[in-house]
Design a protein around this ligand. Structure first.
Ligand code: 16G
Ligand code: MG
Length: 541
């Protein structure tokens, strides 16, 4: 921990880390993210924004996570975390973008003072910022740039070194809630989630083993640590860790990790798992997880975020009902347009739950879920968690079960609440929750897969002149610009049985993404190709 006194001025800090010429930065879907060698100035300036944000919220701790998630090893980035452990509010994203693009150190200072003035921020009031980073080689250098900015802004600093992104979110929430969410230490995190896992299992033992691919990122060493707080494998879950080489930073996310598995629809080549062995893959900062297995015929099966959402919603829904709370607590599920049509159908028609659809990006889903009693949200790519409203938590805490059966369900429900990192999607906590549910159902991955059949689908990437000309509405399901393009897409969708397709500009890459599904593999592929052609033609204009 370092002191709260400013050393050096804002101008000096900005001078130490000048902005490269001609680069335009943007606080994107999940923070700034680009090649690490052009991020120094962004880090220092983002630190100033974090300090201002902390002052704006009365000196509460604000988080800064240095990571580029599933991006290649040479990239890096930074995301800011709000006081309750959620993602930075959109208004402040815009301030961060503007600050990052200021041309000179003097302009940085001027903007710093302007933000303070316009937001009624007293620059002498305390500012507190908590830091962590993933295992990228550039992380140490970039962190030094952050610290220069924080010192210049006179912020108190707490540095946790290496953490997963969700661990940092956890620390922020703990620090600002006087321990109500947990103890703000790494050990506190392991004790909380390890303890809740044991309680939620209630003596049940998961079948088989779980092989966890850690993408050669920070999730590896952290999972190894967490395992020490889980029940011994003879009584609980046997976890086999693979791809945990953080000594070789160039191996990060290469031929492994959640993004590799989801995009390529295959297991990492390094995986040594046998037939029907349950596997999951984390991404580089462990805020995302997908499951998969190979069957007896070596056929690969993916159990993605949609599957986790349906499994979790089924289980929590059952617990609410069997606890006797169904009249008081309603569950809902939040998805994006990428959710497989079969998953949406399953939630609506089998589980009879409300489904909402939001644009892509954790912050939109999280926000929507906050409006529900219990909001289960997952993106197909594996980002997600469960959010419990304050009233729901009160209802559950105060509820007196009327039978031993109700008590059993209620105790399991309470343990699951503790097991879920509701500050943000957490690959480690999500995986433990999945394992608890499978153990209760006495299921392996095959049974889980058997709950419904995914519609065949295809995701394509189209490079266009300017992706910003593609504007969507209705949670990205309709293209409103360029005009007339949606009509052409609709005409193709009509021709395909169970056809559905949409196109949207990526928030993280310079491309337009096309998604299509249909009754058969051939129909889905064909539809995706046709829609991609339409987008390509429109984007060439
Ligand atoms: C980011 C988002 C993720 C989203 C993805 C979409 C967070 C923490 N991460 O990784 O939620 O699914 O972007 O990428 O919000 P795309 O816009 O390139 O398709
Ligand atoms: Mg990530």
């Amino acid at each position: 921990m370092t002191g709260a006194h400013s050393s050096g001025t804002i101008v000096e800090a900005a001078e130490m880390h000048p902005a490269p010429n001609g680069v335009v930065y943007q606080y994107g879907t999940a923070g700034f993210r680009t090649k690490a060698d052009i991020l120094d100035s962004v880090m220092t300036r983002c630190a100033l924004i974090a300090a201002l944000r902390s002052r704006k919220v009365g000196g509460q701790w604000i988080g800064m996570m240095i990571t580029a998630s599933h991006n290649p090893p040479e990239d890096n980035g930074v995301k800011l975390v709000e006081a309750m452990g959620n993602m930075l509010t959109e208004k402040w994203e815009a301030l961060a973008t503007e600050m990052a693009n200021k041309p000179t150190p003097e302009a940085v200072l001027e903007y710093y003072e302007e933000i303070a003035f316009k937001n009624n921020i007293d620059l002498k009031s305390p500012a507190r910022v908590v830091l962590a980073r993933d295992t990228r080689a550039s992380g140490a250098r970039l962190q030094a740039c952050v610290i220069d900015g924080l010192k210049a802004a006179g912020a108190e600093i707490r540095d946790f070194g290496y953490l997963t992104t969700p661990q940092l979110h956890y620390m922020v929430r703990c620090l600002n809630t006087n321990g109500a969410y947990g103890t703000p230490t790494e050990q506190g995190y392991y004790e909380k989630f390890g303890g809740a896992f044991k309680r939620a299992l209630r003596g049940k033992k998961p079948t088989g083993t779980l092989t966890v691919d850690c993408a050669n990122g920070v999730g590896g060493p952290k999972l190894a640590e967490l395992i020490k707080y889980l029940p011994p494998k003879s009584e609980g879950l046997e976890i086999i860790i693979v791809n945990d080489n953080v000594v070789k930073p160039e191996a990060l996310n290469v031929e492994c990790g959640a993004d590799f598995v989801k995009t390529n629809q295959r297991a990492p080549p390094s995986s040594g798992a046998g037939p029907n062995d349950r596997c999951c893959s984390l991404d580089g900062d462990a805020d995302r997880v997908v499951y998969y297995f190979k069957d007896g015929n070596s056929m690969f099966h993916l159990l993605d975020g949609d599957r986790i959402a349906t499994l979790v919603a089924t289980f929590l829904g059952d617990l609410v009902r069997t606890s006797g709370l169904a009249d008081q607590i309603k569950l809902g599920v939040v998805q994006t347009a990428y959710a497989n049509g079969a998953a949406t159908h399953f939630v609506k028609d089998n589980l009879k739950l409300k489904v909402e659809c939001t644009p892509t990006g954790v912050k939109y889903l999280h926000h929507e879920a906050e409006g529900m009693d219990i909001g289960v949200y997952f993106e197909a790519n594996g980002h997600g968690t469960v959010v419990f409203s304050p009233d729901t938590l009160k209802t559950i805490a105060a509820y007196e079960p009327r039978s031993p059966g109700q008590k059993e369900s209620l105790d399991t429900l309470k343990a699951c609440i503790d097991l879920i990192n509701s500050a943000v999607g957490d690959a480690l906590s999500d995986a433990l929750l999945v394992e608890v549910i499978l153990a209760h159902k006495n299921w392996g991955a095959e049974e889980w897969l058997g709950t419904y059949n995914d519609l065949p689908n295809r995701l394509l990437k189209v490079i266009v002149k300017d992706r910003n000309m593609f504007k969507t509405a209705d949670a990205e399901r309709q293209l409103v610009k360029p005009e007339g393009v949606q009509k052409l897409i609709d005409a193709e969708v009509q021709k395909v049985r169970q056809g559905r397709s949409f196109a949207r500009a990526s928030g993280t890459e310079d491309a337009v993404r096309v998604y299509a599904e249909g009754a058969t593999r051939a129909e889905a592929d064909d539809l995706a190709r046709k829609v991609a052609e339409i987008v390509k033609a429109a984007g060439a204009a």
